[in-house]
Structure formats: structure tokens, C-alpha cells
Design a protein around this ligand. Sequence first.
Ligand SMILES: Cc1cc2nc3c(=O)[nH]c(=O)nc-3n(C[C@H](O)[C@H](O)[C@H](O)COP(=O)(O)OP(=O)(O)OC[C@H]3O[C@@H](n4cnc5c(N)ncnc54)[C@H](O)[C@@H]3O)c2cc1C
Ligand code: FES
Length: 273
Amino acid sequence: MAYRIVANQLRTTRILNVKTESPTVKTFTFKDKVCTRAKPGQFLMFWIPGVDEIPLSILDANGDGAVSVAVKKVGEATQALYNKKVGEIVGLRGPFGNSFTLKRGRILMVGGGTGIAPLLFLTKKLASKATKLVSVVGAKTKKELLFIDKLEEICSEGNLVATTEDGSYGIKCLATALLESLLAKERFDAIYTCGPEQMMLKAFVLAEKHGITLEASLERLMRCAIGLCGSCVVGKYRVCRDGPVFTASQLREVRSEFGISKRDFYGKKIPLE
Ligand SMILES: Cc1cc2nc3c(=O)[nH]c(=O)nc-3n(C[C@H](O)[C@H](O)[C@H](O)COP(=O)(O)OP(=O)(O)OC[C@H]3O[C@@H](n4cnc5c(N)ncnc54)[C@H](O)[C@@H]3O)c2cc1C
Ligand code: FES
């Protein structure tokens, strides 16, 4: 409880490092003691002074308090953060939400877009536990593929598979098409997925078909991040507090909304793009 209260307190920090990952994505590193215990799947509410506060997944957090997030510029707040330089001040609350459970055995990761950020953090934690660790990462084009070099360092040879829709890198197909062919050939014990919801829905359907455990990290509109405002509701769950990571059995319970709808800023149900 005390940890939750501390986590929800707004802290300010200076940006220590900025790295360009793609034409639209940058990684920001800063120090924050509260995040030392952060786990893969958890997220921060990131305050860009004078602009807005937005949820961002934790890309990495280690014992010395260094934390990083990856941000894709899509609108006002993410663009403002994207433009920030080393030394500038930002604010944060968190870490919030649950985390992926660290399973053993033969593990399959499926990620797309900035969804690869929490999966990279998870991959680092699972590397010593898994008997086999295969990562499938997808993007529209080579330029948009994220963290390939870092995943290559962790996954042993042949176990990182990149897909692009235009064939500019890796295999020309959707990440889920590759997932389908992998599952037809090989047995896995668990699937972890994060990325566009249609991709995660397809991964869920395939996991159900093959009887494999799955965990997926959902994105919904977040404001309070502590379960009070209801912006992030999916069925009986609040994504900020009960998630963002959901098991296949929880996803079955919210099947009428998963991959189908979300809430807008007024709480109205609207179709997912
Ligand atoms: C748990 C979680 C983890 C996330 N992790 C990352 C990450 O690691 N990297 C990253 O680049 N993005 C991440 N996002 C998405 C990111 O929060 C949105 O892209 C950002 O809030 C957009 O703000 P904006 O002002 O730039 O764009 P806007 O123009 O305001 O919005 C663009 C779109 O972003 C979404 N969005 C806007 N505000 C919010 C909000 N308060 N909460 C959730 N979604 C919102 C809506 O779908 C909206 O249509 C995450 C979202 C969630 C819920
Ligand atoms: S963001 Fe307020 S209840 Fe989840």
C-alpha cells in the first residue's frame, strides 16, 4: 500500500540520454529511485510540463535507478516529448499496473510497434529462465522495426524473426502470419504479446486453437492510472489497475470488447481503429 502511494506521487527528473530508434521513435533515459523495482509490463504516467500526462511502458529499469521509455510521436504530447533534449525536466508517476508473469519452458514473443518496448524488458528477464526464446517482431517497413539489435543480443541465433509488410527487412508478411506457421510446426509453452490490438487478437485466437497460455498487454485511455476515473475500463476490468497485462482467460471474459471497442475521452464506447 505504502509503495502504491509513493508510486503515485509526481516526481521530476532530468533526461540523461536520448537515442533515436527510428524516424518516429526515440528512447529517453532518466533516473528515478521508485522505478528500481519496476517489472516488465508496468507503465508510467509521464508528464511533459505544460503539455499533458501520458502513459508509457517501461522499456528498462535497473538497480541503480536508471529507467527508460520509448516514445513514438503520434500527437501533441508524444511530439513534445520527442523534441526534448538531454538535461530537460520531465515528470513521472508510477510504476503502475501488473506485470507479465515470468514463465519457464519454450517461450514465444510477438510484438509490433512500440509494443516491443515492454517485450524487450521481458525478454531480458526471461533469457535465463526459458529453455527456448523466440521473438517475432513486426512492422510495416524496415525503418519502423524497433530494438532488433538488442533482441539479437539476447535471443540465440535464428530465434529472432523480423517481418515487414513491404518486405524491406526479414520476411514479407504480417507477424501473425509467421506466428501461425511457427505454431503449426513447433510446440510452445507460453506466448507473450504487445502491440496493435488486432495483432494481439489474432495471437490470442491462435493460442486458443493450440491450447497455449497467453498474456497480452492492452492499451486504453488512461488518466488517473490508479483505478478511480474509469477511462480505461474493459468489461469488468480497469486496464490501469487490473492490467495492463491480461491472461487468455481474462481476455475470454472481455471478448465482446477485446479487439473491438474502447472508451473515448467522454467514456463513450467507440470502435478500435
Ligand atoms: C499502458 C500503456 C502503455 C503505453 N506505452 C507506450 C509506449 O511505450 N510508447 C508509446 O509511444 N506509446 C505508448 N502508449 C500510447 C501513448 O500513451 C499514446 O500514444 C499517447 O498518450 C498519445 O498522446 P498524444 O498527445 O501524443 O496524442 P493524441 O493526439 O492526444 O492521441 C493519439 C492517440 O493516442 C491515444 N491516447 C491519447 N491520450 C491517451 C492517454 N491518456 N492514454 C492512452 N492513450 C491515449 C488515443 O488512441 C489517441 O487517439 C501506451 C499507452 C498505454 C495505455
Ligand atoms: S485510468 Fe483511471 S481508472 Fe484506469
